[in-house]
Design a protein around this ligand. Structure first.
Ligand code: CUA
Length: 188
């Protein structure tokens, strides 16, 4: 084989190798584009989350958010649900009790402006929009008391709008809860 032929030979090898890599890169790009199209179509076909509405005008007089139904409830199945209402400039109830290391579902709404709350350093964090029910389920890993401030600017009293949350030992909580009763730590 002459020198010229071997130079041509190695150039052909290099070109073939580059072409193989071009195919690999092209396949990765095609895969990523296909993933974008598939997930985009999938999300467009699914509702982003469930939307639950409530009538602000009748909130106080009937339905789930009447005063006597606010606070913490233990259902017949043992599920713990906290119902609360935000208004300028307070939460009702002002003090919420929950058990430690137990799934707790919050259901909350607002009667006037957009409010929100976050509980201490936990991941319990939501916005409250008039006419809509905000709901999420979380667990509290540490017993003790936390502050629950409003974290959406809702008017001149915003910075004074907060509630307290007491996380109790699970057996202590269950000892206090009675079927059908709403618990809170507001002094009566
Ligand atoms: Cu309510 Cu800020």
């Amino acid at each position: 084989m002459s020198t010229l032929e071997s130079v041509h030979g190695s150039e052909a090898v290099a070109i073939a190798a580059e072409q193989r890599w071009a195919w690999v890169v092209g396949a990765i790009v095609a895969l990523l584009v296909a993933m974008m199209i598939i997930t985009g179509l999938h999300w467009a076909a699914m509702p982003p989350s469930r939307v639950e509405t409530v009538d602000v005008k009748t909130l106080h007089v009937k339905g789930e958010f009447v005063e006597s139904n606010l606070g913490t409830a233990v259902g017949p199945d043992g599920k713990v649900t906290v119902r609360l209402v935000a208004q300028q400039y307070s939460f009702q109830p002002q003090c919420i009790v929950v058990p430690v290391d137990t799934p707790v579902t919050f259901r909350a709404t607002s009667t006037d402006a957009i409010h929100g709350f976050i509980i201490g350093t936990t991941n319990a964090n939501t916005m409250l929009v008039p006419g809509f029910v905000s709901t999420f389920t979380t667990r509290f890993h540490k017993a003790g008391e936390s502050l629950m401030p409003c974290h959406e600017y809702c008017g001149t009293g915003h910075e004074a709008m907060w509630a307290r949350v007491q996380v109790l030992a699970a057996d202590d909580f269950m000892a206090r809860s009675r079927a059908g009763e709403r618990l809170s730590c507001v002094a009566r």
